[in-house]
Design a protein around this ligand. Structure first.
Ligand code: 173
Length: 503
């Protein structure tokens, strides 16, 4: 059926409610997804549940907004529906969901939240299970995920005393743009899984606190929505997943530049998405197991969790020679996100890029990749030795992300030469449990931590946070206790000691 331009009615759409003819409504538009059913990475079952109906509520949290329009041929876009004529989809609230909503309603006041760990603890129990699984999951045995945090424990301070620290100032510039702290909100996908306003929670809170937000390629809100929500003059960066189709990438990059984005962070650590088993298991439970198994033998693999399902467009062929292409299509500073050794940082410098993010993607890609803070140390040493650079450096900026939970973590990174650090999950947890106010509270917590810790360290401004203020001599030693391996250990019962028999 061709799009005639006249709005369809709910009754017309409702007729197409079978596998043979399946129409769905998303955001007031009708799509014929009959031929797409078997290609849907999330399986056909979930689409058929909404056949002939409005699927917007189910669609929104787990798809980037343009997923349906880019995946379906234009002739399958059947045009608008008169929403007044569409029957509301009856929401079935499970007992589990009811219990979750009760926990959400009973969450502590924001004033009782003292640190980032508190947000995480609350998020874990108030988020929908699927959303928690997706955000918190990491690759394989999640060793790198834990190491990201643990690595900061191997760095200790050497504070200076008897300096007048009445006034302390931790504001800085990132890629030449003012930031109230040496920290930015890094890119994380699918914000609406955690909260209906998704990434806009971050944009609005960032505006109030003068921090920079990096907009993800795979946001739940559209790129333009996020840019439109920014306050006048608010600085935003953009994280790019490079599409196999370079024309699409070119369009995205040019659009970002036109909309005023101030830095392009090209993700280079995800030619294939890592195995996040917590996320994958959700999928197994949600789908008809026979369908999942079948998919293993050819066809669309539906066993891979939410992230993998929507990442197939990412180009594993991306390589160094593509950098020339990026230089030719944009004047935005180019930064590689996901560099994991000094050799690649040096290469990026030699290519004239603006910087690198030393990152392992929040432990979500290669398990046993080292932490960003550890890699920072070797990058600073080698770029000094081989190119005479000192850090922080205006021309070639070093960033790290992963495991940051305290202002002291940020201060350690700055002391070791980073311009700024990225923080991802903690802000997701903050808005998943408290919306925009949660993110604002998280930023206020950091503010207070910076003020106190800079005083205690004897650093009055960012320039005074120098390498001599930290002892990172153990950073490369991975001899800290191996984090307990919960997956393995939970399979075993504890040995019992002598016990008094109950009578
Ligand atoms: O870490 C991620 O989950 C991620 O970067 C991603 C990539 C592709 C699709 C969704 C998320």
């Amino acid at each position: 059926m061709a799009n005639t331009g006249k709005a369809l009615t709910g009754d017309e759409v409702a007729l197409h409610n079978t596998r043979e003819s399946c129409w769905i409504i998303v955001h007031g538009n009708v799509y014929d997804v009959t031929d797409f059913l078997d290609d849907h990475p999330g399986g056909s079952k979930i689409i058929l549940k909404y056949a002939g109906k409005d699927a917007t509520k189910e669609y929104d949290p787990i798809h980037p907004p343009d997923a349906i329009t880019t995946n379906l041929k234009p002739e399958k876009h059947l045009g608008p529906v008169d929403l007044a004529t569409v029957e509301k989809v009856e929401e079935i609230i499970t007992n589990e969901e009811r219990a979750r909503q009760a926990r959400l309603a009973a969450r502590p006041l924001l004033s009782e939240i003292l640190n980032f760990h508190d947000f995480e603890a609350i998020a874990r129990v108030v988020m929908p299970e699927k959303a928690w699984a997706y955000y918190s999951s990491a690759a394989d045995d999640e060793i790198t995920n834990r190491e990201n945090h643990a690595a900061f424990h191997r760095i200790w301070f050497r504070p200076r005393i008897l300096r007048d620290v009445t006034v302390v100032d931790w504001s800085t510039t990132i890629l030449g743009h003012k930031s109230s702290m040496p920290l930015y909100i890094t890119a994380t996908a699918l914000g609406k899984l955690g909260h209906p306003d998704g990434e806009l929670n971050l944009t609005r809170a960032a505006a109030k606190h003068g921090v920079i937000q990096m907009i993800p390629t795979l946001a739940s809100c559209s790129f333009d929505e996020i840019v439109d929500a920014a306050a006048p003059g608010q600085v935003q960066f953009f994280q790019l997943y490079v599409n196999k189709d370079r024309e699409i990438t070119k369009r995205i990059v040019e659009h970002a530049e036109k909309r005023g984005i101030k830095g392009l962070f090209i993700t280079v650590d995800a030619p294939q998405l890592g195995r996040r088993e917590k996320d994958m298991r959700q999928k197994f439970e949600a789908e008809d197991p026979s369908e999942v198994k079948q998919a293993g033998q050819g066809g669309v693999d539906r066993s891979q969790g939410a992230a993998r399902a929507i990442s197939s467009f990412i180009d594993p062929g991306l390589n160094w020679s593509d950098m020339q292409f990026f230089k030719s299509i944009t004047k935005m500073p180019l930064i590689l996100k996901g560099v994991q050794c000094w050799e690649d940082a040096l290469e990026a410098y030699d290519m004239g890029l603006a910087g690198v993010v030393l990152s392992n993607h929040g432990g979500r890609q290669l398990d046993f990749a080292r932490s960003g803070i550890e890699v920072l140390v070797e990058v600073v040493v080698n770029l000094k030795e081989k190119r005479g650079l000192s850090f922080p450096n205006e021309q070639f900026q070093l960033f790290i992300d992963g495991g940051v939970r305290r202002a002291t973590d940020v201060i350690k990174a700055v002391a070791l030469g980073a311009t700024a650090v990225g923080v991802g999950r903690p802000f997701l947890y903050a808005f998943s449990s408290y919306g925009q106010e949660g993110v604002e509270k998280a930023l206020r917590i950091l503010h207070d931590e910076f003020e106190m810790n800079m005083r205690l360290l004897g650093a009055r401004n960012i320039k005074e946070i120098v390498p001599d203020m930290v002892d990172a001599s153990n950073i490369h030693l991975h001899t800290v206790p191996v984090p307990s391996d919960n997956l393995y250990e939970s399979n075993y019962e504890r040995l019992q000691g002598a016990r008094i028999k109950e009578t």
